[in-house]
Design a protein around this ligand. Structure first.
Ligand SMILES: [Cu+2]
Length: 691
């Protein structure tokens, strides 16, 4: 623990008494003062009027209000407009707060980052309009956007642009990675004067078996993802129906909380932040979480949340940060000198999928935790209880160290790189009595989760391995590489790194051989986490159905100097790591509705933009899947025969059992698919091309 023994500066308590706090911040044009009453929470929500600021944001100390919901327009579509601010010449030296990106519902500044509610089986249309202005003066610009890409069709001449190009990724939704759906490779919206198309309507069908839960949308414009998401360009998607799995939820107040990060106001602080300071500022529903750890900074109040005393609420929390992890805790203390105590959180869903066993049923007992690690893009949905009258409460994020502990010089407490220290995300106040609700008796679930069923009991034939590494100089390329190949940064125009013939189930081993943590995310599917560093997981004790998983740094960095090993040859990156952090994931490639060209990558977006991504072709090809299964099965049985003497008597029965499972796994699904499925896919693609 590199930070053991160090003490964070005490944070001021703003809610000890109902003290009126008045302050002003000169850097905000428009409203510069706001009143916060700890008891009443009547803070002005917006720092600037909609007329002067494309993406208005609340003042520090504001009440945390849920994001607005967007209703469908008369044409049946959700209408989103991409906007930004801080683009004028006078903004070149403006603080980072001036660099804002947002998605506005109906192009209304009051409907910034709206919640889109959808249902399983529904056909959804999202009309996106790109009104982004090109922005200069960013501290980091990694414009690696493939030249020659346009709306779904590679274009030989390319498109002019950089951080004014955009698109949308529907994170976690199990929808097609094809034109009009969750296609993020060739779908680029650009201003018409640059030869592009600024308006585009996505249309896709949510699978009938999509689990209820919390998803999110954000741009996936390679090379500028980090900038746009640091600027705040993200919003929530809710697939409704959580109460069918957890009936109590239907009786509780729901709160949607979106955590984001952003560049620090002072450009000099971004790369070399002073010791003890975070490398990024964060916010909760856009209310700034002002860093109060520095003695010289004028203390500013935390975001303000209000919950009835003892009231149970259903909180749905998304980490929409580009680069920042959160270690969430709900804490109470019962006297101003007393210790903060972690409170239980009943975890109902993670990454949009309810906590269910392999048969898709929620457990009889809720999964109770006191700490939730939420990597970038992770989502947690849980029931919390408001503090009893007289207690203080806060939503807290604990200290997070992305780097190796003792064996890595990067982990030195004096090194400020990527610091993510503990901070108070919100003060929580007991609302006056009257908001409390009667206890709800526990009821059985009405439904089960049908997608991702029986993953644990399915047998897989194909194993694949990938590893995370980077150029040890830490400034250049980041890599996500199939085992056995030489690392290279992602190239949008290159052929797929992996082809998966579906339907199938595969086991993927992901290794982190780097000195800092990385976050594995795969589009289109969810996976079961089978093992972490060789230790089997427990569905009843931890969230194992996910679309995003954090891999902490290499566990034994060895004594070799990585830069001396590397010397510019990517074949040597990661070779000094003697014990990678390793997860084994069971990938669900059984559903036809995810066929297309898709991506998997590190969801720390600085790393993604610098090349830590790979492309996969999800081919719906039952004949090839059957043939592949037959070959792998034969290889497997031959390998088993060769090693037969070592097998215990009776163990040979593994082979017929395996074959039965494979037949069941593949046979039933293949039988359910009409023979012309592939032709229809091709026809649909042809239709896409005409759109
Ligand atoms: Cu990474």
């Amino acid at each position: 623990m590199p930070f053991a023994g160090r003490r964070w500066l005490a944070l001021p308590d703003h809610h000890k008494e109902a003290v009126m706090v008045i302050f002003s911040i000169a850097r905000f044009r428009g409203v510069v003062a706001v009143a916060v009453a700890a008891g009443g929470l009547h803070a002005a929500p917006w720092a600037q009027s909609a007329g002067t600021e494309a993406c208005p944001r609340p003042m520090p100390g504001s009440a945390v209000t849920d994001p607005p919901e967007l209703a469908k327009a008369g044409d049946g579509a959700f209408h989103l407009t991409a906007r930004n601010s801080g683009t004028g010449p006078e903004d070149r030296d403006a603080p980072a707060y001036a660099y804002r990106f947002c998605l506005r519902g109906n192009d209304d500044a009051r409907l910034q980052a709206p919640v889109l509610r959808m249902s399983a089986g529904e056909t959804v249309r999202v009309a996106l309009s790109n009104r982004l202005q090109a922005k200069t003066g960013f501290p980091e610009t990694h414009v690696m956007t493939a030249p020659g890409t346009s709306l779904c069709v590679p274009q030989p001449d390319g498109l002019a642009g950089g951080n004014n190009l955009t698109n949308l990724h529907y994170h976690g939704l199990n929808i097609p990675p094809r034109c009009g759906g969750d296609e993020t490779i060739n779908t680029v919206l650009a201003a018409p004067q640059t030869g592009g198309t600024a308006d585009y309507t996505y249309q896709f069908t949510i699978p009938a078996n999509e689990p209820p839960g919390l998803y999110w949308y954000h741009p996936h414009m390679h090379g500028v993802s980090q900038q746009q998401i640091l600027g705040g360009m993200s919003g929530i998607i809710v697939i409704d129906g959580m109460e069918k799995l957890f009936p109590e939820v239907g009786h509780l107040t729901e709160r949607i909380l979106v955590l984001r990060d952003q560049d620090k106001p002072n450009p000099a602080d971004r790369e070399d932040a002073p010791q003890d300071e975070p490398w990024k500022d964060v916010s909760i529903n856009y209310v700034p979480v002002t860093w109060n750890g520095k003695a010289s900074a004028a203390p500013q109040p935390a975001p303000q949340l209000s919950v009835g005393a003892g009231e149970r609420q259903f909180w749905r929390v998304a980490n929409a940060a580009a680069d920042t992890a959160f270690v969430l805790k709900l804490q109470y203390r019962f006297s101003s000198a007393g210790p903060w105590q972690d409170q239980p959180l009943e975890l109902l869903a993670f990454d949009g999928v309810p906590q269910v066993d392999d048969s898709g049923m929620p457990g009889a007992r809720s999964m109770t935790v006191t700490r939730i690690v939420l990597p970038p893009a992770g989502r947690a949905e849980f029931i919390m209880a408001g503090p009893p009258a007289g207690a203080e409460a806060r939503l807290y994020s604990d200290d997070y160290n992305r780097y190796l502990a003792s064996t890595n010089p990067k982990a030195d407490a004096t090194d400020a790189t990527d610091r993510q220290p503990a901070r108070v995300l919100a003060d929580i106040h007991s609302a006056p009595a009257g908001r409390q609700k009667a206890a709800v008796p526990r009821q059985a679930a009405e439904e089960r989760v049908k997608r991702f069923m029986n993953l644990r009991q399915s047998s897989t034939l194909r194993n694949r391995s990938f590893f995370f590494t980077k150029d040890p100089a830490d400034e250049g390329n980041f890599f996500l590489t199939p085992e056995g190949r030489t690392p290279k940064p992602f190239d949008m125009a290159a052929p797929p790194d992996v082809t998966v013939n579906m339907p199938t189930v595969e086991d993927w081993t992901i290794e982190n051989r780097d000195s800092e943590s990385h976050v594995f995310h795969i589009h289109q599917i969810h996976f079961r986490v089978l093992e972490v560093n060789g230790v089997p997981t427990d569905d009843r004790a931890e969230p194992t159905l996910r679309d995003t998983i954090e891999l902490p740094a290499c566990r034994d960095w060895g004594s070799a100097d990585p830069e001396a090993l590397y010397q510019g040859d990517p074949a040597f990156v990661g070779k000094n790591c003697r014990e990678p952090f390793r997860v084994k994931l069971r990938m669900d490639f059984r559903e036809q509705d995810i066929a297309g060209t898709s991506l998997f990558h590190c969801h720390i977006l600085e790393h993604q933009d610098k090349g830590m991504m790979a492309k996969m072709e999800l081919a719906w090809n039952p004949q090839a899947a059957r043939e592949e299964a037959r070959i792998l099965r034969e290889q497997g049985s031959m390998a088993l025969e060769r090693s037969a003497p070592a097998i215990e008597p009776g163990a040979q029965s593994v082979v017929p059992a395996l074959m039965r499972t494979v037949s069941r796994l593949l046979g039933e699904r293949v039988a359910a698919v009409p023979d012309d499925a592939i032709c229809r896919t091709a026809t649909a693609e042809a239709a896409d091309g005409k759109r």
